[in-house]
Design a protein around this ligand. Structure first.
Ligand code: HEM
Ligand code: NAG
Ligand code: NAG
Length: 284
């Protein structure tokens, strides 16, 4: 894993500047758009292979709107460090790297280079019904629990293309934190100023197929972290043979636990800044 310390520094320092900002958030979404083209049955196939950093046509699809800038930024790294696009993509996208609250997810290297463009039409749309979402995620091997846990990545998210008139609106009130505010706020009938709800997220919150799983995470960062970790690890390994990969989790910086940073329900900005200085100083 030795080369990965330098790669980590180039990404976390040089690109993210130690922060859960636009680049870090786009990277988390990129992981899903790379891997989420997987189908258990059928070839040719997508999966966590880094094709999004390798094939320009895939990146230009409408479903990938908003990811072009992060792709341009990350594209030179595989050549620069002589590692595969899939490894760069699926290491850079682990939320723990830059987002306070992000759980420790196993970090693998050794994915082979991508060999073909992922099939089109497999990524979900923000108007999809719960039936459509659960069927599509089941096709990839994900349970309803996995889906509902993964969707919490919208905790650090902004929309720009669903309603361009409110571009930059966030999916919860704490966009710079990897927290469970998203679950509570999506479930509410009101929408806070500056926020935006995707129909698909509201469907997951309200439909009885998923509502129990969804509400289980309200105020429950511990269970969400656990389930998200399982589901994201699975996502980062779609198409991959884990026995051929190396576990390089050791390169990950410490996770920032939000619990001691809270004053009542809210994360205290002064304590947050102190934690960032303590755990992310080399990269800020
Ligand atoms: C299940 C169906 C999903 C749908 C329909 C969906 C849809 C969307 C849409 C429409 C946006 C806003 C894009 C824009 O207008 O700029 C978005 C953003 C985002 N999505 Fe999803 N998504 C889904 C699942 C996921 C999953 C599984 C992950 C990661 C594990 C994820 C991570 C993100 C992130 C981090 C952003 C914010 C990106 C940014 O702020 O630049 N999404 N998603
Ligand atoms: C999604 O539904 C909204 C109405 O809720 C509609 O305005 C919008 O055009 C739809 N978007 C897509 C991509 O179908
Ligand atoms: C809820 O989801 C189920 C299947 O997942 C679907 O059959 C049903 O139509 C959905 N209900 C609503 C109100 O969308």
């Amino acid at each position: 894993c030795v080369p990965w310390y330098g790669i980590r520094d180039a990404i976390l320092g040089g690109i993210f500047h130690g922060a859960c900002g636009d680049e870090a958030r786009a990277s988390v979404r990129l992981a899903f758009h790379d891997a989420g083209t997987w189908i258990l049955e059928g070839l040719p196939n997508g999966g966590a292979d880094g094709s999004m950093l390798w094939d320009a046509a895939e990146v230009l699809r409408g479903s990938n709107s908003g990811l072009q800038a992060i792709v341009r930024t990350l594209e030179p790294l595989p050549t620069q460090f002589d590692v595969s696009p899939g490894d760069i993509l699926h290491v850079v996208s682990l939320p723990q790297l830059a987002c306070p609250g992000g759980p420790r997810i196993k970090t693998y290297s050794g994915r082979p280079r991508p060999s073909h463009v992922a099939p089109d039409g497999l990524l979900p749309s923000p108007n999809d019904s719960v039936k459509k979402l659960t069927d599509r995620f089941a096709d990839m091997g994900f349970t309803v629990r996995d889906l509902v846990a993964l969707i919490g990545a919208h905790s650090t998210g902004k929309q720009r293309f669903v309603d361009p008139s409110v571009a930059g609106a966030t999916f919860d009130t704490t966009v710079d934190l990897w927290d469970v505010a998203f679950y509570q706020e999506t479930d509410l009938s009101t929408t806070f100023a500056g926020n935006f709800k995707l129909n698909s997220d509201v469907n997951l919150a309200h439909n009885k197929t998923s509502a129990r799983e969804f509400r289980r995470y309200v105020g429950n960062q511990g269970d969400w972290n656990k389930d998200y970790t399982t589901a994201h690890e699975k996502m980062s390994l779609l198409r991959q043979d884990v026995t051929a990969l190396t576990d390089c989790t050791e390169i990950m910086p410490a996770s920032i636990d939000l619990t001691p940073l809270r004053s009542g329900l809210v994360v205290d900005p002064i304590k947050l800044e102190a934690a960032l200085q303590k755990y992310r100083a080399p990269w800020l």
